[in-house]
Design a protein around this ligand. Structure first.
Ligand code: HEM
Length: 440
């Protein structure tokens, strides 16, 4: 990333703007404005305008009694500064997957799982290699198994529309995804968890991450939501029995991952807790909003786009004798561009964090800023992906944006997988391990 250093010497060096307010009141005020009164994006946008800068300071404190080591963060909301989050020689990723809040390890059997580990940690590399190996070993069945689950989902939607005149894609999708993941990853029949795997994992996610969740009650009820969700973290025993059932199902499965883990010196217990976290917190929590966004933006894309997509997909599938494979998906240029454009408009994992390993200078388009060792960087992806100096008419949904020579050049500015779309996940980076094997 020498890019930053070269540019930073040519740009004016400025103090990072941002008024953090008084010690206790400042974090409370930022929390209410960010979560409720303004909402996330308006809060960030209004501060960008106020400070005339895409880099500024704010407080992120989930709640008064929720222990976080550092509530002060530096926001990065443009496409130029954002990739510093991927430069592991300059930033550390330990304990930062969901911000400065870290749930108790009692949610994951007492282990600190891979999502919280820095790539410099040997264990991260071993676990990430296991995941990448797992996805490679199942790639032949990912599409056929998914087709089966989606066929059932759409049959259910059709039946509901026929019976009631309406149907909820999100409800069916939320309940289907985790079962699909358990089936495709570990060959677990949904009946093994009484067809309740998805609701079990949702409970586990909620109880673990509620201090950083907002559920969107009306503004006048925000103090109730804030008090209930953000005052104290809930104990893990509330979801222990659901977690144990999922853990036991994976533990008893025939996945070859356990043999590979043994070769790497990892215990079956630790591997299994990591598999639950990967399947539930990485994969399910990533795919759930992704499918909501896909449906919403496809609908908003309009009839003309729907016809063009249908034409392209049908032509490619026909040319491949009716079989959909990852290779045939590669040939669907418009379809891929539409999916990327949806990721850009509504990133499924919209916030990324990292801690400066050393004093350094970070540049936006028009200024450089001194960052001190230990300071936490908070990448606001939704606005970085709508940087007007990179993406023309950034708030407009353009299905063809990533097509053709010029469109493909934009992929190096696409950060939804926690790296550039042009980079691949490895044991040494923190890029989404599911990037190529599952969703893009
Ligand atoms: C089958 C689906 C998925 C699987 C198996 C998966 C797996 C993973 C794993 C294992 C990691 C941790 C990487 C590491 O520690 O080095 C990760 C991180 C990540 N994934 Fe995914 N993921 C999936 C879906 C998604 C989706 C749909 C998105 C959003 C488009 C997404 C975005 C991310 C991001 C942003 C991170 C980095 C989080 C951070 O460290 O800040 N993932 N994923």
């Amino acid at each position: 990333m020498a890019h930053f250093d070269v540019r930073s010497s040519e740009l004016p060096l400025k103090e990072i703007p941002g008024d953090l307010g008084l010690p206790i009141l400042g974090p409370i005020s930022d929390r209410y404005n960010y979560n409720y009164f303004q909402g996330h994006t308006e809060f960030i946008k209004s501060h960008m305008e106020e400070y005339n800068s895409t880099i500024f300071r704010m407080n992120i404190l989930p709640g008064e009694f929720v222990n976080v080591p550092d509530p002060k963060v530096i926001v990065l909301a443009d496409a130029v500064s954002f990739p510093i989050l991927f430069d592991h020689s300059k930033v550390e990723k330990k304990d930062l997957i969901v911000g400065t809040y870290v749930p108790s390890t009692s949610f994951t059997g007492g282990y600190k799982v891979s999502g919280y580990l820095d790539p410099s940690d040997e264990k991260h590399g071993k676990l990430k290699s296991l995941f990448i190996g797992l996805f490679a070993s199942i790639h032949h069945k990912t599409i056929p198994v998914s087709q089966k689950y989606f066929a059932t989902l759409f049959d259910n939607l059709d039946s509901d529309v026929a019976a009631k005149g309406q149907a909820s894609f999100n409800t069916y999708s939320d309940n289907m995804i985790f079962e699909l993941l358990l089936h495709v990853f570990y060959n677990i029949d949904p009946a093994k968890l009484g067809n309740k795997g998805s609701s079990m994992i949702r409970k586990w996610l909620f109880v673990q991450f509620h201090p950083i969740i907002t559920i969107g009650l009306p503004k006048w009820l925000s103090w109730i939501e804030d008090t209930l969700l953000h005052t104290f973290p809930c104990p893990s025993f509330l979801v222990k029995s659901d977690y144990q059932k999922i853990y036991d199902a994976i533990y008893a499965s025939s996945t070859p991952v356990f043999d590979e883990a043994k070769k790497l010196g990892l215990s079956k217990e630790e591997t299994c807790h990591n598999l639950v976290f990967m399947s539930g917190a990485n994969a399910y929590a990533g795919l759930r909003p992704l499918f909501h966004g896909l449906m919403e933006w496809l609908y908003l894309g309009g009839e003309k786009l729907h016809k063009e997509l249908a034409k392209e997909i049908r032509a490619v599938v026909k040319s491949e004798d009716g079989v959909v494979t990852l290779v045939s998906v590669e040939k669907m240029k418009l379809t891929k561009s539409v999916v990327f454009e949806i990721f850009r408009m509504e990133p499924a994992a919209p916030h990324q964090y990292a801690r400066a390993r050393e004093d350094m200078v970070i540049s936006s388009h028009n200024a450089s800023y001194q960052v001190k060792k230990g300071e936490v960087l908070f990448g606001y992806q939704l606005l970085a992906m709508r940087d007007p100096l990179i993406f023309e008419n950034p708030n407009e949904f353009r299905g063809t944006r990533f097509m053709g020579e010029e469109g493909e050049k934009l992929l190096k500015h696409a950060y939804w997988s926690n790296e550039r779309q042009t980079v691949d996940p490895t044991a040494d980076n923190k890029q989404c391990a599911g990037k190529d094997s599952y969703y893009c």
